[in-house]
Design a protein around this ligand. Structure first.
Ligand code: ATP
Ligand code: MG
Length: 330
């Protein structure tokens, strides 16, 4: 399989914090690659390196190479506008421009010099059709985009992104703000689009990754844990950590032997209390921790692994809370 994006030895830092550690991996052409892993593992950071959106974050530094069609995206001398034109981004929350449905889709083509009304009409229709929205909006193209439902707005954003004719579509949790039916719409469009586009999707949702992905990249604490075809990774992962992550995420109510609510605590107390809780358990038992301190989401699993315990899953359960499942080993 020919790679469309080749990532070589990519390291990314936010100030002192290293968010990506020596990532080398390929993204095959005209396939869907899912980037999976717990919150904070670097999924969005990797995506933002592809289209250099990371340049907009103060204090962020990236090294290594990201080769797209022979061009190194990370090379300081390349034209960033051209890089972004080649890669459409579908964000987590739909962000329609404050203008009509029509103008949203026509925005990119106009910016790139298309002024002919008839041509624009055709372009708008074409991409609204590809995004699966045409039938729902064809009679109200001049009405404001923000009158659409959230799910429709996300398909409009897809149409707007496609109208500048990218080769690659980057999606960061594109359905996490959507209801199940709207999510299904977006998933169906992505499956159709992979015939013509290379697609990279970041998702928390293992079920979504199973439905969509041809290839999977598993990140954990900024490192590449595993990369392979979706079959390999989901059916027979090479790495125990991948198996643990997938199982931990799939098993919705894993049998726990003890549960500790650490909400309201900060680090390092989270870690200290978690250690105490584990101390009272026998080897092999499973402890569930509930934390709401973003630092704990990274530091507690890291510390537990350093102590030799097994981190089975790290899962965001609502806006503020995470569940960390740990199997006692020592
Ligand atoms: N602008 C920033 N400044 C400082 N640190 C950041 C910034 N953005 C991200 N980070 C840190 O870099 C790490 C990776 O973040 P990233 O957003 O890539 O994770 P993610 O896997 O996308 O997580 P999520 O699933 O929660 O979206 C995290 O530890 C995060 O706290
Ligand atoms: Mg993210």
């Amino acid at each position: 399989m020919k790679n469309h994006i080749s990532i070589r030895n990519v390291n990314a830092f936010y100030g002192e914090h290293q968010a990506l550690k020596d990532i080398t991996v390929g993204i095959p052409e005209k396939q869907i690659t899912a980037i999976i892993g717990p919150s904070g593992c670097g999924k969005s950071t990797l995506l933002k390196c592809f289209n250099r959106l990371i340049d907009l974050t103060d204090g962020a530094r990236v090294s290594g190479k990201i080769i797209v069609d022979g061009m190194d995206v990370l090379d300081g001398s390349i034209d960033v506008t051209e890089v972004r034109r080649r890669m459409g981004l579908l964000p987590q929350k739909p962000n329609p421009l404050p203008m009509s449905i029509y103008d949203n889709v026509a925005y990119g083509p106009r910016l790139h010099g298309t002024a002919d009304k008839k041509k624009l009409d055709q372009t708008v229709e074409k991409y609204l059709k590809i995004a699966g929205l045409w039938e729902e909006v064809k009679d109200r193209l001049k009405s404001p985009a923000n009158k659409l439902s959230i799910g429709q707005q996300q398909r409009l954003c897809l149409a707007r992104g496609l109208a500048v004719e990218p080769e690659i579509i980057l999606c960061d949790e594109p359905t996490s703000a959507l209801d199940p039916v709207s999510s299904q719409h977006i998933e169906q469009q992505l499956l159709k689009l992979k015939n013509d586009y290379t697609i990279v999707i970041v998702t928390h949702n293992i079920h979504q990754a199973i439905r969509l992905a041809d290839y999977v990249i598993h990140l954990y604490l900024g490192e590449l844990v595993e990369h392979g075809t979706a079959n390999e990774v989901f059916e027979n992962p090479k790495e125990e950590r991948t198996r643990a992550y997938i199982n931990g995420t799939l098993v919705t109510d894993m049998k726990t032997d003890s549960e500790v609510n650490l909400k309201g605590n900060v680090c390092p107390f989270n870690f200290v209390y978690a250690k105490q809780a584990l101390h009272t358990l026998e080897k092999g038992k499973i402890l569930k921790l509930i934390v709401d301190d973003p630092t704990a989401v990274i530091e507690v699993p890291r510390g537990m692994e350093a102590d030799g315990h097994e981190v089975l899953s790290v899962k965001q359960v609502n806006k503020t809370d995470w569940e960390i499942m740990i199997r006692k080993n020592e």
